[in-house]
Design a protein around this ligand. Structure first.
Ligand SMILES: [Mg+2]
Ligand SMILES: [Zn+2]
Length: 273
């Protein structure tokens, strides 16, 4: 049976407990320079620029990779990812960081195989060993047309594609969306009544949601830290998977239902290839 639940994770401050861009820049001592660049450049362009400057100063890609390996990724988040995967969920990342940062961190923690898709800004090491970072949406040729989002990425466009590609014959798959930032608000508005949003408490997404909770159709479940993130996510996933199994006829007659509570769906042993 194909996964009926798609779990969409933002990356910065959702999977890792920091912002990967700021983490690398701070670790390499580029904080002031980056703030200067941001006065005139969009964030994504400023990232590519400061990476060029680091490269010109002789900072290596290995040095950057080392700092990424030290970025905090809580054990409870690792556990949540593995359990959701075991439950049969399809896990995806939608992030305004970049591919090099995300892949380096996931690989370091042995998490690469748990995700079916990473949607983010292109980031790769060129032939000179310089990290190049490009916009997910090439705004020099056209605008994505969303005024809520930064020019390089509207996460709604990605979520809409996921919704379209995962529609089941008997209805849409359910999406559980976890995020913290402003950029996670637009895709949250796209979710339907069968979906779930998990905003990180007291972060920008949560604040936007709290201003007008009725703007969202999805069920809202907040979380504070990785421990709560794991607990809330697994409760939602367990509920959805149990309901799915009941619908699939695993609980037979009404008589039966009176005598026994629905079984807790237990994760089957499932590990990535
Ligand atoms: Mg984030
Ligand atoms: Zn948008």
């Amino acid at each position: 049976m194909a996964a009926a639940v798609v779990v969409v994770f933002d990356f910065d401050k959702t999977i890792i407990d920091c912002d990967s861009d700021n983490w690398v820049i701070d670790e390499l001592g580029g904080t002031q320079r980056f703030d200067q660049l941001l006065e005139t450049l969009p964030w994504n362009t400023a990232m590519d620029t400061i990476m060029r400057e680091f490269h010109a100063q002789g900072r290596t890609i290995e040095e950057i990779a080392e700092t990424l390996k030290n970025a905090p990724l809580p054990a409870e988040t690792v556990a949540a990812i593995k359990s959701a995967y075991s439950f049969g969920c399809d896990l995806r990342i939608v992030s305004d960081a970049n591919r090099f940062f995300i892949e380096t961190i996931l690989k370091h923690h042995g998490l690469t195989g748990y995700f079916s898709e990473i949607n983010t800004n292109p980031g790769y090491v060129d032939e000179e060993g310089r990290l190049r970072i490009f916009p997910y949406h090439d705004f020099s040729s056209s605008s994505h047309g969303c005024s809520l989002c930064p020019p390089n990425m509207c996460k709604s466009k990605i979520v809409e594609r996921i919704q379209a590609s995962t529609a089941l014959a008997e209805g849409k798959k359910r999406i559980v969306y976890l995020g913290d930032g402003k950029g996670d608000y637009c895709p949250s508005l796209r979710l339907g009544a069968q979906d779930f949003v998990m905003p990180r408490k007291n972060f920008p997404l949560w604040e936007l949601v709290a201003e007008n909770p009725h703007a969202l159709r999805a069920e809202i479940h907040e979380w504070n830290d990785a421990e709560e993130q794991e607990r809330v996510l697994l409760r939602i996933v367990d509920g959805l998977v149990s309901a799915e199994r009941r619908n699939a006829g695993h609980l037979v007659s009404e008589d039966c239902k009176l005598q026994s509570l629905p079984p807790l769906a237990s994760p089957v042993l499932r590990v990535p290839n």
